[in-house]
Ligand binder design. Structure first.
Ligand code: NAD
Length: 342
């Protein structure tokens, strides 16, 4: 499928880990072709240029104005996400913006306003929602089968890497936040996906091992909702064995995803159904082996909105802002040492 019989041209801005991953998915989709690759690091741009056949450049300003470009994927360090996305929307391009939606809630809100006044699709890249186990968990929770929710318990972490203090992620100006913002934003988005926006937050942040102060390498946060539901989140860069775990507990049962594939271990969905008479619950466990299909599934959702006019299933500007609002409350609570409203 193409738009008006035309294959859509894609510019990849930021040719690092994620830009390359997005480029491979766009190149494999018959609706899209990679037309430009941009990176301030000439070697990164040149590598992706030879992988895609698209010309390389160092300046995103020209790429977003290129008439052969319909869609811009922004996968730069966080400081450039919002400026590039704003310019691309203003030039009439559809935008897939990597998470987080900028460095701060204010940046996210500014970009959401730009998207509202454009007639183009802005999608925030939250690939986790497209992992098959998490997609099914979201469906189970959405169906109401778990009953009223009691709590959510989420953990996400890796063990860092030597020299990470020299990476852009450790520069407060380029990153906007520490590990909470980097990996934690996925958990905020998932909590928002199952329960909506909480009423209040309390948190502790810590820089325990890695020399990245004032940025945090560990974050411990709790949210409370109006109906009493509590969501607990731990995000860590001292999780020596990579770990992902997301559990939603309701009055009638629970749904949990363990693992995300690869170094996080095989993704598994565990559904637990309480017996009203007590005793051992019914438990079903479903593994999702195989390669990570979330990036292609997310691209398909994006293309459905761009080329098919369908609403985005996930990662709308409102979803992006909600996750940033949740992060903002955690940072405020840690600074103020008290429970804060959202
Ligand atoms: N969805 C996910 O699970 C996921 C995973 C990792 C990263 N991300 C996000 O993707 C983005 C990129 O992360 P990454 O891990 O690919 O980082 P990376 O360091 O591997 O790549 C970033 C690239 O951007 C380039 N760059 C820097 N400034 C630029 C500019 N002004 N114009 C063009 N290119 C520029 C760098 O040279 C580098 O090649 C971040 O926003 C990050 O939060 C998302």
């Amino acid at each position: 499928m193409t738009v008006a019989g035309r294959t859509l041209g894609v510019a990849i801005v930021g040719c690092g880990l994620v830009g390359r991953r997005r480029a491979a998915v766009a190149a494999a989709d018959e609706r899209t072709v990679v037309r430009a690759v941009v990176d301030t690091d000439a070697a990164a741009a040149s590598t992706l240029s030879s992988e895609t056949g698209a010309p390389a450049s160092a300046e995103w300003e020209a790429a977003v104005l290129d008439r052969g470009v319909d869609v811009v994927v922004v996968a730069t360090p966080n400081a450039f996400l919002v400026p590039v996305a704003e310019a691309a929307l203003a030039a009439g391009r559809h935008v897939l913006l990597e998470k987080p939606m900028g460095r701060s809630l204010a940046e996210a809100e500014r970009l959401a306003r730009s998207a509202e006044t454009s007639d183009r699709v802005l999608k925030v890249g939250f690939n986790h929602r497209y992992h098959p186990g998490l997609a099914e968990l979201l469906e189970v929770v959405g169906s109401g089968r778990l009953g009223p929710l009691v709590h959510v318990l989420a953990r996400y972490g890796h063990g860092g890497r030597p020299g990470l203090e020299r990476e852009w992620r450790s520069d407060p100006e380029l990153a906007g936040g520490g590990h909470l913002l980097d990996q934690g934003v996925h958990l905020m988005d998932l909590v928002h996906g199952v329960a909506g926006l909480p009423a209040e937050a309390v948190s502790f942040l810590r820089t325990a091992v890695w020399p990245i102060a004032p940025l945090e390498d560990n974050a411990y946060a709790m949210y409370r909702y109006g109906d009493g539901l509590v969501a607990q989140i731990q995000v860590s860069m001292t999780q020596w064995q990579n770990r992902f775990s997301f559990e939603v507990v309701g009055r009638r049962g629970a749904a949990a995803v363990e693992g995300l594939g690869g170094s996080y271990g095989e993704e598994r969905l565990v559904l637990t159904w309480r017996r009203v008479e007590g005793g051992i619950p019914d438990v079903t466990e479903r593994p999702f082996p195989g390669p990570d299909a979330s990036w292609a599934a997310e691209w398909d959702d994006f293309m459905g909105a761009v080329a098919g006019g369908r609403p985005l299933r996930h990662g709308s500007p409102a979803d992006g802002v909600a996750a940033m609002r949740m992060l903002d409350a955690v940072y405020r609570s840690a600074r103020q040492g008290e429970v804060v409203p959202l």
